[in-house]
Structure formats: C-alpha cells, structure tokens
Ligand binder design. Structure first.
Ligand code: MD3
Ligand code: FE
Length: 202
C-alpha cells in the first residue's frame, strides 16, 4: 500500500486501499464511535450551520460554534471522545508513521446535497505531519487549489475505499468537496458518505 495510485498537486491518492470487507468492518467500528459520540451539526463562527454532520475520536475532536474553530478534548455533550479505532490507526501506521499516531479522527457525514467549501486545515500546531483521509460510501467530487486562496483548481472523484495522504506543500493546500453522487455506493444503508480525517494536533 506504499505506492499511491495517483498524485494530484502533491496529494497522494491510494485508490481502493480498502476492499469491500475492510470498508464494511470500518463502518461497523464507526457505528460504535457514533454511538458513544453522537453526530452533531456544526455551526460556523458566523452562525451558519454546516451541511456536513460531524463527530470525532481521539485525544481531541475538531469543533466549530459561535466561539470559533478549534480542537476540544470533549464532545459538546461534555464526554471525552472515544478512542480512535485500531483499524483506522493501522492505515496511519502503514501510510504515515508508526512513531507518532494521530490525535484526532474527525468523522464527516455527507448526505445528499452536503458539501464543504474551499478551506485550509490550519488549526494544528505542526504542519510537518501529513493529514490522512479515508472515503466511505457515495463518491465525492474533491477539489484542490493552491496554498493561497484563489487560482486554478483541479478536481477528482473520491470513491469508497480510497485513502488520501496530504503532506509536504499539499498539507496547506486549499481544498473542498463540491458534491456527492447519491446512489454511487451501496455501503451505507440510506446512502451518503463518511470521510475520516486523521491529524496530529499538538
Ligand atoms: C488537502 N474534509 O475535514 S478530505 C476536512 O471529504 C476536510 O470530508 C474533506 O477537508 C472531506 O477538513 C476532504 C481530504 C482532505 C483532507 C485534508 C486536507 C484533503 C486535504 C488537508 C490539506 C490538503
Ligand atoms: Fe479540510
């Protein structure tokens, strides 16, 4: 699994890194994460609800509300986040590092019509660590731009079982999800997409 299938502006995309049974197993452990840390609808600092629902696992979870974007050691309900599942940590060990494990596994859930606007991931202390992303369920149109806002962009469909690693200069690239393709995967009953994003936070 060391060689990426394609590299898009420095983002290493491993197509079908997870086969069907591995995807099913991951969905099963994520159901347990969501049972312990229920999905919520984040609100931007300007007060606009996001179209994606989220939760997290690990030492920290990423949250946003009227107070701003940040990492927190507890779910908004006051409970600590559940541990990051071993199946997820194994992907990180294989593709990023066995020496330093991620502090946060953000779980983003997209239903039909959900999207994520272009942004940078820069709430972490050390951008030397890559970010790893896992796509499950319906395909998503992923767009990547530049390390400054604006300019030309390129897009690629991320499919169920694809894993992407964003390191080096790509770590600070603007990126977003334009839309998902409803019905493109049968993995999640009821449809939709789950994206896991693993990050070192401090
Ligand atoms: C490129 N999530 O949670 S994952 C996010 O599909 C986020 O839910 C999207 O962007 C999703 O912040 C995209 C792919 C991704 C994640 C982090 C990146 C691409 C990235 C960081 C730097 C550059
Ligand atoms: Fe992001």
């Amino acid at each position: 699994m060391a060689e990426p299938t394609l590299i898009l502006r420095g983002i290493e995309i491993h197509k079908q890194a997870l086969d069907g049974p591995a995807q099913e197993a991951l969905v099963a452990v994520l159901r347990e994460v969501v049972r312990q840390a229920p999905l919520f609808t984040p609100v931007t600092p300007r007060g606009k609800p996001m179209s994606v629902r989220m939760t997290s696992a690990g030492k920290y979870g990423w949250v946003t509300d009227r107070k701003g974007y940040r990492y927190e050691p507890r779910h908004p309900d006051g409970q600590p986040w559940p541990p990051i599942p071993d199946e997820v940590l194994t992907l990180w060990r294989d593709l990023v590092s066995a020496e330093r494990l991620p502090d946060c596994c953000l779980v983003n859930v997209y239903r039909e019509g959900a999207r994520m606007g272009m942004h940078q991931d820069r709430d972490e202390a050390d951008f030397g660590w890559p970010v790893l992303s896992v796509s499950l369920g319906d395909s998503a149109l992923f767009r990547v731009g530049n390390t400054t806002r604006g300019g030309k962009t390129e897009s690629v469909w991320l499919e169920s079982g694809d894993v992407a690693v964003m390191g080096g200069a790509a770590r600070l690239a603007y990126h977003g999800i334009d839309r998902i393709r409803p019905g493109s995967s049968g993995l999640l009953k009821g449809g939709g997409r789950i994206n896991l994003t693993l990050r070192v936070v401090d």
